[in-house]
Design a protein around this ligand. Structure first.
Ligand code: GLN
Length: 192
């Protein structure tokens, strides 16, 4: 199976490395429209959501991707990637978005004091808690009926699913634990 990682800005190399640890999975870089044709699912990495959004527009990826996701193509956004998948941003509204997740998300939601932190996160259906790394992370503020919450912290949901779309506020590519990526692969397999 070929899983693409949007490779315009941010932590795409780390995502590719962890994907390649999963048997039968090949992580590939996605930089242009043609690259979308050869993949079974796409990860949008952490980085800076405003920058990635502008690059998506510049390389004519924003609308094609939006259409694919609306038709059921599996996509997983982490941190900045999660922000890009959201329909609404709390108290901000002019950055380019894919706008497919029926949520309002708040950027840098843990305050300017806390740049990064590690939390033992309880995740739905995980027997052992997951060590989640948050870096200037967003949190979900409002949530539509079709969205399932998989994990939350005091500030709000941080890991959610809406059919073919998965979103995490944290950075699963920065650990050795492959369970989160495996969950995305399971979503792809169900839809194939
Ligand atoms: N704070 C960044 C943003 O708003 C996201 C940070 C990250 O991806 N680690 O886009």
């Amino acid at each position: 199976m070929q899983v693409g990682v949007l490779s315009l800005q941010g932590s795409f190399v780390e995502h590719i490395n962890i994907l390649n640890k999963i048997p039968g999975v090949n992580g590939v870089q996605v930089k242009k429209k043609e690259d979308l044709k050869k993949i079974n699912g796409l990860i949008i990495p952490g980085g800076e959501s405003t920058t990635i959004g502008k690059l998506l527009e510049r390389y004519d990826l924003l609308n094609p991707l939006k259409n694919m996701i609306s038709e059921g193509f599996p996509v997983f956004g982490t941190c900045a990637g999660f922000i890009l998948l959201s329909k609404r941003i709390f108290q901000e509204n002019d950055q380019p978005l894919l706008g497919v997740f029926d949520i309002t998300i708040k950027r840098n939601a843990f305050g300017t004091q806390i740049n990064s932190m590690e939390i033992d996160l309880k995740i739905k259906n995980f027997e052992i808690p997951y060590k989640a790394i948050f870096i200037r992370a967003p949190v979900v503020k409002e949530i539509g009926d079709s969205v399932e919450v998989l994990a939350e912290v005091e500030e709000g949901p941080v890991f959610i699913k809406q059919g073919n779309i998965l979103g995490a506020s944290f950075h699963p590519e920065l650990t050795d634990d492959i369970r989160i990526h495996q969950m995305f692969i399971d979503i792809i397999n169900k839809r194939r």
